[in-house]
Design a protein around this ligand. Structure first.
Ligand code: HEM
Length: 415
């Protein structure tokens, strides 16, 4: 033991991670009364850190790298291999710029329009059905939005398969066994689909609009002047499509929050003081999605008296801070108004990562917020529905989590 930092005993504590889920890091930070502790996970020594100070350290690219941080099992399901998440230095900046170039004000406007249109189209179908499994249907809506915005042609008959595949990749990130295998198969199928599409764009069989992600990924050159390989272009295009489908989870949690806190519906409808912004921020704070992030020490350094040796895996808690009383008053209450005078920093509210956008922070945070706002505004202003009795509880152990019932609604009507 080379420092006075608390250490979790045990040869390997992976089982505890599996049995405590989102609470694994926060439980130990509370028990040790420390924002840092060391442990053994997945067969290696790991340092876990939490809080705004920790996030500042974690996002210092001089002392951390991402190469070799993400487990292969995560790359084979959620991320794809060798994509932007695992890059460093000039290559990362160059690749990240490709993602950020898609996030212009006009392009986000277009995304809002597409989102509204797709909800209109979906509700026309929902009113003819009795019972809607909200999460499942919303994943399909998000898949349509993702493909339309990215310029990816999608046949009606393949929609379910594609939406399910994106869903399975996301669902696999904290899974072992069948859920993991399903995610792996889903990624293989999706990569094959998108690789073929990139090939067709390059050969002129498919024409991609210039401002779309399909075009950008098809024609992007690496720093060495060569086109990205088809496989790499497919991985990165999927890094746009899949996370848009992931927004279905937040929209579902938003619908659940609307149901559990009926007073918020009226406030969303009148949208005074940009209430919808506060509401979606609170959904992203309150409901769990990503548990933690990983990086490896690039250059030896000391923090909190701990000697971080080169190559060590460090996990930054991103769930815990959202429910920490060091940052939030009554953190376990759902209260959108808390965002009215919240002093946000790039490190104290990080459900989608921290730091700045040319680092590894989520490229799609604005997309997420806009799609959530448009979707929840649409649902509150144009649609009525009933919520039957159901078990909408969500596990804190399953990662990623989702209400047990997938949130069921009935008697959907236009209003
Ligand atoms: C990275 C969460 C939606 C694109 C990330 C990271 C998190 C995250 C935690 C890692 C940050 C880090 O490593 O430091 C989420 C959640 C989403 C979401 C919870 C909504 C449900 C999106 C959307 C897009 C997107 C809609 C694109 C349209 C990306 C990309 C990265 C990323 C490209 C890699 C950035 C890099 O490594 O430089 N996201 N994200 N995400 N996200 Fe998202």
């Amino acid at each position: 033991q080379e420092s006075n930092v608390p250490h979790e005993k045990g040869l390997d504590n992976s089982i505890k991670l599996l049995t405590e889920g989102y609470h694994y890091i926060p439980n130990r930070c509370r028990r040790f009364d420390s924002d840092i502790f060391t442990t053994h996970l997945l067969g290696q020594k790991v340092v876990c850190i939490s809080g705004s100070e920790a996030a500042k350290v974690f996002y210092n690219e001089e002392i951390f790298r991402r190469k070799g941080a993400a487990p292969i099992r995560v790359q084979k399901t959620l991320f794809g291999q060798n994509g932007v998440q695992t890059m460093d230095n000039a290559e990362h900046k160059h690749r990240k710029q490709l993602f950020m170039s898609l996030m212009t004000a006009e392009h986000l406007d277009e995304l809002r329009t597409i989102t509204t249109e797709q909800w209109q189209y979906a509700i026309d179908k929902w009113v003819r059905k009795n019972r809607i499994i909200f999460f499942k249907e919303t994943q399909e809506i998000m898949c349509r939005i993702a493909c339309q915005w990215a310029g990816v042609p999608l046949w009606a008959k393949e929609l379910k398969q594609r939406a399910n595949d994106f869903g399975s990749m996301i669902d696999a990130f904290g899974a072992v066994g069948p859920r993991f295998q399903k995610g792996k198969r889903a990624r293989k199928r999706a990569e094959k689909w998108i690789r073929t599409m990139i090939k067709q764009v390059r050969s002129g069989q498919v024409i991609a609009d210039e401002h779309t992600a399909l075009y950008a990924m098809s024609w992007r050159r690496n720093l060495n002047g060569k086109l990205m390989s088809r496989q790499m272009a497919a991985v990165e295009l999927i890094n746009i499509l899949r996370p848009i489908v992931a927004i279905a989870r937040y929209v579902t949690f938003g619908a659940l929050a609307l149901h559990l806190h009926p007073e918020t519906r009226r406030k969303l409808q009148s949208n005074e003081n940009d209430y919808s912004q506060m509401f979606v921020q609170e959904v992203r704070r309150f409901y769990p999605f990503g548990p933690f992030l990983g990086a490896r020490v690039r250059k030896r350094f000391t923090w909190r008296n701990h000697d971080f040796k080169e190559g060590t895996l460090v996990l930054l808690d991103i769930y815990g801070p959202n429910h920490s009383s060091a940052i939030w008053e009554s953190p376990n209450e759902f209260n959108p108004e808390r965002f009215r005078d919240f002093q946000g920093s790039p490190f104290n509210f990080i459900p989608q990562g921290g730091g700045d956008y040319m680092g590894h922070r989520c490229a799609g945070e604005w997309v997420t917020v806009e799609v959530m706002k448009t979707s929840l505004n649409f649902l509150t202003n144009h649609v009525d529905y009933k919520v039957p009795r159901q078990n909408a509880k969500f596990s804190m152990i399953r990662m990623p989590t989702i209400p047990k019932s997938r949130f069921i609604i009935k008697n959907v009507r236009w209003n």
